[in-house]
Design a binder for this molecule. Structure first.
Ligand SMILES: O=C([C@H](O)CO)[C@H](O)[C@H](O)COP(=O)(O)O
Length: 207
């Protein structure tokens, strides 16, 4: 199981400090939506330049103008870019096509999706990587809900999970056997991001 570090609500300097501290434990670097909004695609280019061997996700949360936004992410050096599940089917297929042309991938963010039918449709469109996600705002009512695994149980696709995940909640989540666990705040807001990442990575290795 891989560990994906989400860099959200951080300055450029904080992003690079935390990356340096945690790089040994982190498999995938996610440049968060808010960080991209603050610094533009340039921050993705800078992360790529500094970490040429890491897998990089640009959390673009695209929902329209898919071809253009996917190209922006891949041209900046991302290996994977995110597209919202509620987007029109043409946005999904356009972004999948751009990803194929670039030898890259699309991760579909299932934020607020509660019907397995949408997942079925997405898989029918060619989607092979999704994120089960409890959003930052919704986390006021509770963090990642393992009930979300039901959405993907009938499909042979790669699954990532996100939403306020930490060392206390991780053991239950591991039971669902996701391919990748995305962690933001539990690492970036920790007193020692390095120690937090080491602990989470250890739990994932045991899982
Ligand atoms: O995608 C995310 C969220 O929508 C903010 O942009 C986060 O990267 C994701 O939820 C992981 O962060 P934490 O919830 O802080 O672990």
């Amino acid at each position: 199981m891989k560990l994906q570090l989400a860099l959200d609500r951080l300055s450029r300097e904080e992003c690079f400090r935390i990356l340096e501290e945690t790089k040994a434990s982190v498999d995938i670097i996610e440049v968060g939506t808010g960080v991209i909004k603050e610094y533009g695609m340039e921050i993705v280019r800078q992360v790529r330049a500094r970490y040429p061997d890491k897998t990089i996700v640009a959390d673009m949360k695209t929902c329209d103008a898919g071809k253009h936004e996917a190209k922006q992410a891949f041209d900046a050096g991302a290996d994977i870019t995110t597209v919202m599940a509620f987007s029109g089917d043409l946005t999904i297929t356009d972004t999948l096509r751009v990803a194929k042309e670039h030898g890259s991938r699309i991760m579909i963010d299932l934020l607020e999706v509660d019907k397995a039918e949408r997942v079925e449709e997405l898989v029918g469109l060619g989607v092979d990587l999704v994120s089960l996600h409890v959003g930052k705002d919704k986390q006021q009512e509770g963090s990642f809900d393992t009930g979300l695994f039901a959405l993907v149980k009938d499909h042979d696709i790669e699954v990532t999970v996100a939403g306020g995940i930490n060392a206390d909640t991780l053991p239950d989540i591991i039971e669902g056997k996701p391919n990748t666990v995305i962690v933001g705040s539990a690492i970036t807001k920790a007193k020692s991001p390095r120690e937090a990442a080491v602990q989470l990575k250890e739990l994932l290795s045991q899982g």
